[in-house]
Ligand binder design. Structure first.
Ligand SMILES: Cc1cc2nc3c(=O)[nH]c(=O)nc-3n(C[C@H](O)[C@H](O)[C@H](O)COP(=O)(O)OP(=O)(O)OC[C@H]3O[C@@H](n4cnc5c(N)ncnc54)[C@H](O)[C@@H]3O)c2cc1C
Length: 380
């Protein structure tokens, strides 16, 4: 018996929408019966601000809200200003992304959207199925971006949450330099964790000021807010400003081996391990993975998000941070101070050569990194 759909995509957030967008652009949706399920329906809100860096134009270039070629890094002892070229640091607001991609998909015949919660995914040899609105739906392929909750206490691999909260502020005076973003500013008490701000200036008076913390102990909303307010007051302005938007969230940073595929079910997005374990950045790696999946479709040769060799690099860095072997602020500021920024960015995007990786490692405290690398390799 024929499946209900050729392709079912569960989750119409970043991963699900991007996958369908890339399939459409690759001409792979023609004649396909596609189901797109999301618990919230067709998303439209500014609920995420995606920043990432890339060389040249990316697949969503026309949606880039602002880009910077210069960034700074600070801790209490030192700072550096980096020219990122040939990379640019870019930001895309989710409302623009959802509007654009949803409009493209609405023009594709054969895409059915359902608002509802999918559950009980099962895979047979030639198809997969799941429960939706009280009935079992079948599809030849299911791409699921359902969350994959992990309990860090049960994960053998290194694990740190990256929890964050950001304020979009508008000041009454000119405060920001719209040509220079602050990538990592560690000038806040670290409290035995890795804590930093990042500031994305859109104009001289408008910016996103976000605090990110690598740790498994989360703060209350009031706790983040107090830190943000103090930071703005100390380093940016003592004048008046208003907060016109906020965002917050959590990204698990771990080398845990997320399931990628079960028969005809493919796991994508954060639930498929798309976040770069050592940074939490997801957007860029996800687009690279999904573009490749779309180009290969219906064959799915390589569905990996980050190159395999980077798993060990990330496990090493995460374990060092988790076990406080080195302070996070020193590791990150020194990486940028002691290397050409493009080398660090290529490495963090998983597109560096072995030669670049060796040179980069040569600038780190080699004893600590070497011993931790070997310990992680032996752990398997
Ligand atoms: C506020 C925020 C800011 C971020 N900023 C950055 C950034 O700057 N750079 C970066 O690289 N990454 C960033 N990330 C991380 C990552 O890019 C995002 O989390 C991204 O949205 C992950 O995509 P996803 O498709 O896996 O999840 P989502 O975009 O959350 O999509 C999952 C979808 O599944 C739906 N869903 C859930 N359960 C069900 C169900 N049972 N049935 C049907 N549908 C269901 C949800 O409604 C949702 O639409 C950020 C994350 C957050 C939360």
């Amino acid at each position: 018996m024929r499946s209900d759909y050729d392709i079912a995509v569960i989750g119409g957030g970043l991963a699900g929408l991007s996958l369908l967008y890339h399939l459409e652009r690759a001409g792979k949706l023609a004649g396909q019966r596609v189901l797109l399920v999301d618990a919230e329906g067709s998303k439209s809100a500014h609920d995420r601000t995606w920043s990432f860096w890339e060389r040249g134009a990316g697949p969503f270039e026309e949606l880039v809200y602002k880009r910077w070629q210069r960034v700074s890094l600070h801790n209490f002892e030192q700072h550096c200003t980096c020219d990122l070229r040939p990379y640019a640091y870019k930001v895309i607001l989710s409302d623009a992304f959802y509007a654009h991609v949803n409009a493209v998909l609405d023009r594709v015949g054969g895409v059915t959207r359902v608002q509802g919660k999918a559950s009980e995914l099962q895979s047979a040899s030639d198809r997969a199925s799941f429960m939706l609105e009280g009935r079992r739906v079948t599809a030849d392929r299911v791409f699921s971006s359902l969350p994959y909750p992990l309990d860090y206490r049960k994960v053998r691999q290194p694990y740190l949450d990256q929890h964050f909260r950001g304020w979009f502020v508008e000041t009454e005076e000119d405060v920001f330099d719209p040509e220079q973003a602050s990538l990592m500013d560690f000038r806040t008490p670290q409290k035995g964790e890795t804590r930093f701000f990042y500031v994305l200036p859109f104009t001289m008076r408008r910016a996103m000021v976000e605090i990110a913390i690598f740790s498994n102990d989360h703060l209350t909303t009031a706790g983040y807010d107090e830190l943000i307010s103090e930071y703005i007051h100390t380093y940016w302005t003592r004048g008046a400003y208003r907060v016109y938007h906020t965002e917050g969230g959590n990204i698990p940073m771990t080398t845990y081996d997320y399931p990628r595929q079960r028969g005809c079910i493919h796991y994508i997005g954060l639930g498929g391990g798309a976040a770069r374990p050592s940074t939490g950045y997801t957007f860029y790696g996800l687009q690279r993975q999904l573009t490749r999946i779309a180009a290969d479709y219906p064959n799915l040769n390589s569905t990996q998000v980050w190159p395999e060799k980077h798993r060990m690099y990330d496990a090493t860095l995460l374990r060092i941070l988790e076990q406080h072997k080195l302070a996070g602020d020193e590791v990150f500021v020194n990486l940028f101070r002691n290397n050409p920024p493009a080398r660090v960015l290529a490495f963090l995007n998983g597109e560096s050569s072995l030669w670049e990786e060796l040179r980069l490692m040569g600038t780190t405290p080699i004893g600590v990194f070497g011993r931790t690398f070997v310990a992680e390799a032996l752990r398997g």
